[in-house]
Ligand binder design. Structure first.
Ligand SMILES: [Zn+2]
Length: 479
């Protein structure tokens, strides 16, 4: 295609009907894609790892400069944080004030990447065979660039949203002691306060053999908790074994844990997940998904579904032994045996509740169960706060998403889901800001390179996601 209103616009936009109306619209889409690409390349070239070479402030300042150049008022752009190298960027697109603001969050920091592990320089964006390569393309400088480009496009079009749109690009999501979202919530809540928040920290269009399967909207997260199991013993000479052996005591307890299953439980988000997924799946699987939604849930269906480790993790709290360490000499009875048990807790339950359950399941007072905090300290008791209950799926957030997804990928469904990991959405949700996570990038989960080598995103998908997000933002803030 060389002429007409669709010239210069990628074919998928044309087929999706996105370049219909005017040449101006097509030009704007093309210009926004070029800008998003530029922003991504610039962000990738700035090392934002939590290492001596990394600096998040440099990235925050660079993006602030871009926003100033795009016409945002100086007082609406803030670069602030607890340390010189860990500053966050907060920018506000002013609306009419008819509704409460919308907050967009993304993290600027990335996981370390070493040149010798990669095929290309991880801190230099390159395009090879239809993919952009570079650390953070997916997690999550790609989504950051898309959010920035969309905001800039709205500003340049003179769009007046019904609600302010706030974008916070932050530090230390991946680790490090200066988590930007937590810091902003504690020290500058007024800057980021909103009715609800959208995080771009997960790709949403899950593909299989190049074809999209469903659009994942993360609306709930499990809570992460580590526990240490420890048995101590006076030990002795290994030539005279005694029944009271620290290793045997611990491993018998671990056997009981391996056989234990936490109760089946659904919440507002996982219910909707299975309700919608049942329409996509077929045969027994689909029937089982419908059966577990009944009250009481079908027992046989429950058992069959729980055979799948993924479904099991969605419907249960899980605790699994991940490390084991015992003994001090080949010829001595062990004086100490310990294991690390990692739990992913369903929302609505506290780590302390799970610790007490572990004590019951291990069923031996000789096994001491402590909570291992993220800073490495061991505590007799775990936090008693419960994971935030999943927020309701707000119609003003979900309806435009359903509509836009159906328009873009005919037949594709939005599937609300719960993440087994935890992200910055944990902090915003806990602070009373319902947070929904999606980024309209297409990725095959079998080739997910987040945190890994040769991280990449498809160029076509990046541009498609950029246009999608702009359109979504326009719709969701129209009233
Ligand atoms: Zn991330």
């Amino acid at each position: 295609m060389t002429a007409g209103p669709c010239a210069g616009v990628a074919a998928f936009l044309v087929t999706a009907g996105w370049c219909a109306a005017s040449a101006a619209g097509a030009d704007a889409a093309g210009a926004s894609n070029a800008l998003a690409r530029d922003l991504l390349a610039q962000l990738i070239a700035i090392n934002t790892t939590d290492t001596p070479r990394g600096n998040v402030t440099t990235a925050a300042e660079a993006m602030a400069q871009r926003l100033r150049a795009a016409g945002f008022a100086a007082e609406d752009i803030r670069v602030l944080g607890p340390s010189e190298r860990k500053k966050n960027l907060v920018v506000r697109l002013r609306g009419t004030g008819a509704s409460k603001p919308l907050l967009l969050i993304g993290h600027l920091d990335v996981v370390e990447a070493r040149r010798e592990d990669w095929s290309t320089d991880p801190f230099q964006m390159v395009e090879i065979d239809g993919d952009f390569y570079g650390r953070g393309t997916l997690d999550m400088k790609g989504p950051d660039a898309i959010m920035l480009a969309s905001l800039i496009r709205l500003r340049q079009e003179g769009f007046r949203p019904a609600r302010d749109v706030i974008l916070a690009l932050t530090a230390d999501e991946e680790g490090g002691g200066a988590n930007g979202v937590q810091w902003l919530l504690q020290h500058h809540r007024e800057l980021i306060d909103a009715q609800f928040a959208l995080s771009g920290d997960d790709y949403s269009v899950l593909t299989e053999n190049g074809r999209p399967r469903f659009f994942k909207l993360v609306a709930s997260e499990k809570v992460y908790a580590d526990f240490q199991l420890r048995v101590t013993n006076k030990g002795g000479h290994s030539s005279v074994p005694v029944p009271d052996n620290a290793i045997y005591i611990l491993t018998r307890g671990l056997d009981r844990l391996a056989a234990y299953e936490f109760p089946f439980e659904l919440n507002a988000v996982t219910r909707e997940y299975y309700r919608r997924l049942a329409d996509i799946e077929s045969g027994q699987r689909s029937a089982d998904m419908r059966a577990i939604l009944r009250d009481p849930p079908g027992g046989a269906a429950l058992e069959r579904l729980a055979q799948d480790p993924v479904e099991r993790s969605i419907t249960h709290t899980t605790c699994v032994a991940t490390r084991l360490d015992a003994g001090h000499a080949n010829n001595a009875l062990p004086q100490r045996a310990q294991a690390l048990v990692n739990c992913r807790i369903l929302p609505g339950h506290s780590p302390e509740e799970v610790r007490q359950r572990l004590v019951q399941v291990l069923a031996d007072p000789a096994i001491v169960v402590s909570y291992l905090a993220s800073d490495g300290t061991l505590l007799d008791q775990a936090p008693a706060e419960r994971g935030f209950a999943p927020p309701p799926l707000l119609p003003e957030m979900l309806n435009p998403l359903d509509r836009l997804v159906a328009e873009t990928w005919p037949g594709l469904k939005v599937i609300p889901s719960m993440s087994a990991g935890s992200s910055d959405a944990t902090h915003t949700s806990a602070a009373g800001l319902p947070t929904y996570t999606f980024s309209p990038l297409s990725v095959d989960p079998n080739d997910d390179r987040e945190h890994g080598r040769d991280e990449r995103i498809s160029v076509a998908s990046f541009y498609q996601a950029n246009e999608f997000f702009y359109r979504y933002l326009r719709t969701v803030t129209a009233r």
